[in-house]
Each structure stands twice: as structure tokens, then as C-alpha cells.
Design a protein around this ligand. Sequence first.
Ligand SMILES: [Zn+2]
Length: 53
Amino acid sequence: MSAEQRKSQAVEAVCPKCKRKEIVYIPREELPKCPVCKVQMVVSELLTEGKSY
Ligand SMILES: [Zn+2]
């Protein structure tokens, strides 16, 4: 894993309309638009890397 990837933060993006979820890495990636509703998805949860489940 590169240093750049380590710095990025995994977040769970969710569509406010249909609740579709997607994992994105910020700030490397932008929050996506929902392919169904065409609205900007919002951050629902921060997913800490290395978290033990
Ligand atoms: Zn949607």
C-alpha cells in the first residue's frame, strides 16, 4: 500500500433518497452521485482503516 493510500480515509457514502451505499476514499476520490437518483451522495459513516471487527 502506498503512502498516499494510507493517508486516505475510507468513508461510507449514502444516497439520501434511495439509501444506496458506496465506499469511497477521501480526499483521493470525490463523493459520487447516485446512479439511480442522480443526486450527490452524502457521508454516512467514517470507516477507520485497520479497525478490528
Ligand atoms: Zn439514490
